[in-house]
Design a protein around this ligand. Structure first.
Ligand SMILES: C[S@@+](CC[C@H](N)C(=O)[O-])C[C@H]1O[C@@H](n2cnc3c(N)ncnc32)[C@H](O)[C@@H]1O
Length: 251
């Protein structure tokens, strides 16, 4: 049974289950956008729009949670018949959550990954010809220090800045930047100006990821991307002169 003292399974609006965390008082996904839909439209589609032609794609999935972003990436790879090898690195603080995921009610799209879900839940590692997936049970802030110039894609999908601020600070994004290649991109559901500012202060260009069946999200990269509309961050700062990015020293 997946439900325990800290988590309750919740049906989201696209028919897929997500979970509610009593510890963070937050759902793992937007229940309105739908768990699977949110993962696809806010992370996988925008990232693969830019990266799907690469032969080797290295991804940092912050944080593993229920594993939707990792599993939806595999789903996209399979359904688009991609030939690339995927390397996915994903930290997660909650080891008992990872162990319980073999019993989670995933959407039918993930049925073909049953063995992978079980392997990750039991051993935190999976590898075959196409996929290498590594889960790190511990603090993401420690884990990301291991990587330099490695990632093509970062899925920034921590709990919200108000409930999990240390994964949204200016210093945190500096460490993330260290791990990213020059032509890498980062996707996140957050459109908060403080988040965008923390990215901007680290040299990212910000873009709007918008579509019909979801609320706006953000794409960030160091390079100009013609596929997305740029956020006029200078204008937003001018309209909100008291805005500041989150800083480590406060937490
Ligand atoms: C919003 S959920 C991630 C949802 C996930 N991407 C998915 O698709 O299911 C955030 C996750 O971050 C984890 N977390 C919180 N702080 C962390 C930290 N410092 N390091 C690693 N994981 C952390 C929580 O335990 C939770 O599982």
């Amino acid at each position: 049974m997946f439900n325990d003292a800290l988590h309750t399974m919740t049906l989201s609006d696209d028919g897929s289950y997500t979970a509610y965390s009593k510890e963070y008082d937050e759902h793992y996904h937007s229940t309105k956008d739908g768990a699977l839909n949110e993962s696809l439209v806010k992370h996988i589609y925008p990232a693969f729009k830019i990266k799907q032609h690469q032969k080797k794609i290295v991804i940092l999935d912050i944080c593993y949670g229920l594993g939707f972003n990792t599993l939806a990436t595999l789903y996209y790879h399979k359904t688009h018949n991609l030939k690339s090898k995927l390397y996915i690195y994903s930290p997660e603080l909650d080891s008992s959550l990872i162990q319980s995921l073999k019993d989670f009610s995933y959407p039918k799209e993930f049925n073909i990954f049953k063995d992978i879900i079980e392997e990750l839940s039991l051993n935190n590692l999976y590898e075959d010809k196409q996929f290498y997936i590594e889960l790190f049970l511990g603090d993401a802030r420690e884990y990301i220090k291991r990587f330099h110039n490695r990632f093509d894609i970062v899925y920034q999908d921590a709990f919200s800045p108000s409930s999990n601020p240390t994964l949204w600070t200016r210093e945190y994004f500096k460490e993330i930047k260290e791990g990213m290649k020059e032509d890498a991109l980062l996707t996140t559901y957050s459109i908060a100006l403080a988040t965008r500012l923390a990215l901007y202060e680290n040299g990212f260009i910000l873009y709007i990821n918008s579509g019909e069946n979801y609320r706006d999200a953000t794409v960030a990269s160091f390079k100009k991307l013609s596929e997305f509309k740029v956020v006029d961050i200078e204008h937003k700062i001018a309209c909100n002169p008291s805005i500041y990015s989150l800083r480590d020293e406060k937490y």
